[in-house]
Design a protein around this ligand. Structure first.
Ligand code: COD
Ligand code: ATP
Length: 204
């Protein structure tokens, strides 16, 4: 007999689509949530496990507060070979955090991985089901432009680096609409949980 393990969900979506809000709804419903961005920040922060290796690969980008992400970003974003070298350091360490999280929640029916760049980093193949948050582009723009320090030019640059919303939706197992009321979004989250918990054949 195969041991039961949690169903793993990967949650993703483009900037401002409401991913953090929806991750919090899953957490409220009792689903353990792993925040990949927070894991990367901790690994690169003061005392973080990847700081020394990042300093060796990219001299001058670390200090007492760990990695200076703006300085590192300037070296790797736009340089695919440099980004690949950074990923070769960061991704295995995130993988270890993910494994520890999964082990800590081995008896949960469902766990959720909140991964902003799930498709871009190949994370799709590491989860059982993919959930994408999506809202109409004008709502997304209005939300992001309301944030401090955001400009239309910055937003366009970020969007140009992300897989378009339409492609994410096409590759999703479930889409959570975030362009309407919070209640409607919460109902969509509940329906996904009910659907996954009501499975008849346990995933191996
Ligand atoms: C390069 C870093 C230091 C820049 O940090 P910074 O806080 O300045 O920007 P942020 O993280 O918001 O990224 C800005 C944009 O860069 C792009 N980007 C960042 N990492 C990646 C990546 N691995 N692949 C493709 N695009 C990327 C995204 O479009 C993102 O919106 C940081 O993104 C990083 O360490 N990336 C490598 C680790 C990684 O893959 N993270 C993704 C989550 S697992
Ligand atoms: N139906 C809805 N579902 C989700 N968020 C909504 C909804 N209606 C309004 N919002 C608002 O939209 C904003 C979405 O922000 P949130 O931080 O969740 O997005 P995000 O996708 O995690 O952003 P980013 O990827 O840029 O970090 C929040 O202020 C939230 O209150």
């Amino acid at each position: 007999m195969t041991a039961k393990r949690p169903i793993t969900i990967g949650l993703t979506g483009s900037i401002g689509m409401g991913k953090s809000t929806v991750a919090a709804m899953f957490a409220d419903a009792g689903v353990p949530v792993f925040d990949a961005d927070a894991a990367v920040h901790a690994l690169q922060g003061p005392g973080g496990r990847t700081v020394a290796a990042i300093e060796s690969a990219f001299p001058g980008v670390t200090g007492p507060n760990g990695v200076d992400r703006a300085a590192l970003g300037a070296k790797v974003l736009g340089d695919p070979a440099a980004l690949a070298r950074l990923e070769a350091i960061v991704h295995p360490a995130v993988g270890e955090e993910r494994a520890a999280f999964l082990a800590a929640h081995a008896s949960a029916p469902i766990v959720l991985f909140d991964v902003p760049l799930l498709f871009e980093t190949g994370g799709e193949s590491r989860v059982d089901r993919v959930v994408v948050v999506s809202a109409p582009p004008e709502i997304q723009r209005a939300r992001v432009l309301a944030r401090n320090g955001m400009t239309p030019e910055k937003l366009d640059a970020i969007l140009a680096r992300q897989l378009p919303d339409g492609d994410k939706v096409t590759r999703a197992d479930f889409v959570v609409p975030t362009g309407g009321s919070i209640d409607a979004t919460r109902r969509a989250v509940s329906a996904i949980i009910a659907c996954l918990e009501g499975r008849e054949t346990p995933l191996s």
